[in-house]
Design a protein around this ligand. Structure first.
Ligand code: SF4
Length: 339
């Protein structure tokens, strides 16, 4: 099958029996909430895709692990799920939610959650095409607090990113014209020093930011599997060192911030989402000066009003629910809780 044929597939296949366990487990407990990934496989070929880490990058066709209704049942039955509270991400690990065959499942999953009256924050990340009819369907949701994050990088090197950035720009335009209840974020990533951090990239990003409720920027997740893929594709090493977290050189960040003077721009995804909806950051970053220093004053006030230090017993009770009850030495500071 050609790439164009993969991109136009209107349906997904059942997942093969030999799908690795790490992917078959389609609910992921993450720092930022629960991630639901009952479809695996993607033809977009972004060189820095995390699927390199799951040995799944070669699966170009999207595959369905379980039916949407079962996926939703399992999600809301998950030990960590709290109605109206737990942030949810859908199809953010192993496919793009707006591919033609995948988006039907995205809509059905969202509608199944919404029908239950749940108002949890839901994050949907895409770099693919969003049509007006897609937005109409999303706008019809009544309860979920939905945010669409449109990934845009401005990278032209097809070995790094074969998907033209113009597609994401077009999706943001559609959202800007037709979304109101649904919030939209310019998800500017990955920013790679020496590749897409020129003044022209900054100017394009700033223009696009006018179409979004907020902008979030991040660097490159540069792990050995991703480095190996790029080496094989003939791309010179993007950084000399590998890192567990995303890389964004300090100097690049300073130049970005100078260019975005006066625009709402955030270092953390949840902060951009919070600002877009006028709610406090659900990930509790408030008070960490190296994160909050760039946040608009009104948003800092919202977070500040909702920020409180939990008492030890409340934390102990949560720790107990994840089998950490026997640990002594719970440490609660203004910045974090350590168990
Ligand atoms: S105040 Fe801090 S925690 Fe709250 S949204 Fe802004 S950057 Fe995030």
């Amino acid at each position: 099958m050609t790439k164009a044929e993969f991109l136009n597939l209107k349906s997904v296949r059942p997942a093969p029996d030999d799908l690795p366990r790490s992917l078959r487990n389609f609910i992921d407990y993450r720092k930022s909430g629960l991630s639901l990934n009952h479809i695996v496989g993607c033809p977009l070929d972004c060189g820095y895709c995390v699927r390199h880490l799951f040995e799944n990058f070669s699966m170009k066709r999207p595959h369905l692990i379980v039916d949407d209704e079962i996926a939703v049942q399992e999600l809301i039955g998950h030990w960590a799920f709290r109605a109206h509270t737990t942030p949810i991400q859908i199809f953010n690990r192993a496919t793009d939610p707006f591919l033609p065959g995948v988006k039907t499942h995205l809509f059905k999953t969202l509608e199944a959650l919404d029908r239950r009256g749940l108002s949890n924050p839901v994050l949907v990340i895409t770099r693919w095409r969003i049509d007006r009819s897609d937005v109409e369907r999303l706008e019809a949701l009544k309860n979920l607090q939905l945010t669409i994050l449109v990934t845009w990088s401005g990278i032209h090197d097809e070995r790094v990113e074969p998907v033209p950035s113009a597609i994401a720009a077009g999706s943001l335009e559609v959202l800007a014209k037709s979304a109101s209840r649904v919030k939209k974020i310019l998800y500017w990533r990955p920013i790679i020093s020496g590749l897409n951090d020129t003044i022209d990239h900054f100017a394009s990003a700033r223009r696009l930011s006018e179409l979004a409720d907020a902008t979030v920027f991040t660097g490159l997740f540069y792990r050995k599997e991703i480095q190996a893929y790029f080496r094989e594709a003939g791309v010179p090493d993007l950084y000399t060192d590998l890192a567990r977290r995303k890389i964004l050189p300090r100097d690049t960040e300073s130049r970005i911030l100078a260019h975005f003077e006066g625009r709402p721009i955030f270092r953390k995804t949840s902060c951009g989402v919070a600002f877009a909806h006028g709610t406090p950051d659900f990930n509790g970053h408030f008070g960490i000066s190296e994160i909050c220093s760039i946040c608009p004053e009104g948003q800092r006030e919202i977070c500040s009003k909702h920020h409180h230090k939990p008492d030890t017993e409340a934390v102990r009770s949560l720790a107990r629910s994840v089998s950490l009850a026997d640990l002594n030495g719970i440490e609660i500071s203004d910045r974090r809780i350590v168990v």
